[in-house]
Write a protein that binds this ligand. Structure first.
Ligand SMILES: Nc1ncnc2c1ncn2[C@@H]1O[C@H](COP(=O)(O)OP(=O)(O)OP(=O)(O)O)[C@@H](O)[C@H]1O
Ligand SMILES: [Mg+2]
Length: 359
């Protein structure tokens, strides 16, 4: 196993696209790190640079104690699993698993040991003599995982390995991946655009936007105190509601554009222009809340997502436990506990911590 270290890594493609900008990151031995961000933010590029499939424009990448910038992919002691399983269609599962081991001239007995072990861990023993064309997507994905597993690499790299699976299977395989990591403990870097996958799989999560790392931390740390407005709205579902406003004269509330006041945690300098964030799960129905108009309701079973028009027609979503689903067009007052508000600078979008106001 190994630690992976990225120092000021930059990637500009020949056409001029700067896909990754100044990324520095240390992935500890045995960690399961998830890179998450919207399409085109540079996740795959970063992963492919670790794999050696893409040249590094600036900076260094170390695997273990070795700088690998100029090391060929096959000599980096990594194994990668892609979204499209890329199994050899004319080979059986066993032959697919063995292929890379044969190339490396691993003796037969050792090959057999590793294939048997991987098949047992992944529960694919009965598939070993089948070809990919006769397997379901989920089974093919497990064989693709097996092919990485038998390599016994120092680092696993995953690029959206579950996105071809249907929702149920994706959920199940996600759980299996987590168990697998708990068992083998290999350092892993996992790319996804799905924030839920990131939160549930990662020991730490890296949120990226436009090639730049926005925040790095354990899942609950990027969820609870998001570093900026982007992370706040990207992590969490439904997305966090945002209101534009100004800190009121006593510093303990925000006057919302379009009307209404929301009490905040701690004090801020009066007159500061802010964006106030509230998660849909934290909105509550309360008589002294701000008045909104119900647009659409989505009953989820236990809870209901209520889409509302807030002050100044700002759309917002509340996830509420309701006995009855409200009518479209009806009025509802919603509020929030001060401790559940998030404040970001209006211009910079950075999180604003509570401060002591100097008179
Ligand atoms: N081979 C390439 N040549 C030129 N530009 C590229 C190449 N591959 C990717 N890019 C560009 O680099 C940027 C980052 O792409 P990348 O594939 O790393 O994004 P991603 O975060 O993995 O997105 P997705 O979630 O869609 O897979 C994008 O603007 C993309 O168009
Ligand atoms: Mg990608």
């Amino acid at each position: 196993m190994a630690r992976v270290r990225l120092s000021n890594v930059d990637k500009t493609y020949p056409g001029g696209t700067r896909a990754v900008r100044g990324c520095s990151l240390e992935i500890s031995d045995g960690e399961f790190l998830v890179l998450v961000g919207p399409s085109g933010c540079g996740k795959s590029t970063l992963l492919r640079m670790v794999a050696g499939l893409e040249e590094i424009t600036e900076g260094t990448i170390e695997i273990g104690d070795r700088i690998v910038n100029d090391v060929a992919p096959k000599d980096r002691d990594i194994a990668m699993v892609f979204q499209n399983y890329a199994l050899y269609p004319h080979k059986t599962a066993r032959a697919n698993l063995e292929f890379a081991l044969k190339l490396r001239r691993i003796p037969r007995a050792e090959r057999d040991r590793r294939v048997t072990e991987a098949a047992r861990i992944l529960g694919i023993e009965e598939l070993l003599d089948r070809k990919p064309g006769r397997m379901s997507g989920g089974q093919q994905q497990r064989v693709a995982l097996g092919r990485a597993l038998v390599r016994e690499p120092a680092v696993f790299l995953f690029d959206e390995p579950l996105s071809n699976l249907d929702a149920k299977l994706r959920h199940q395989t996600r759980g299996e991946l987590k168990e697998l990591h708990a068992r083998v403990g290999t350092t892993s870097i996992y790319v996804t655009h799905d924030q839920e996958e990131a939160m549930t799989l990662g020991t730490r999560v890296v949120v990226m936007k436009d090639g730049v790392i926005q925040q790095v931390g354990p899942p609950l740390e990027v969820f609870r105190p998001p570093a900026n407005r982007f992370v706040a709205t990207f992590i969490g579902a439904p997305a966090m509601n945002l209101f534009e406003g100004v800190v009121g004269s006593d510093g303990t509330g925000v006057e919302i554009e379009g009307g209404g006041r929301i009490a905040i945690d701690g004090e801020r300098t009066p007159g500061t222009e802010v964006t106030l964030g509230i998660r849909p799960q934290h909105l509550i129905e309360t008589p002294d809340g701000i008045e909104c108009r119900v647009r659409v309701c989505e009953p989820l079973g236990d809870e209901t997502d209520v889409m509302l028009d807030g002050p100044g027609e700002v759309p917002l979503t509340a996830r509420l436990r309701l006995d009855e689903v409200p009518q479209a067009g009806s009025k509802m007052r919603v509020g929030v506990l001060p401790a559940n508000t998030h404040l970001f600078g209006r211009e910079c979008g950075e999180r604003m911590e509570s401060e002591t106001v100097v008179a």
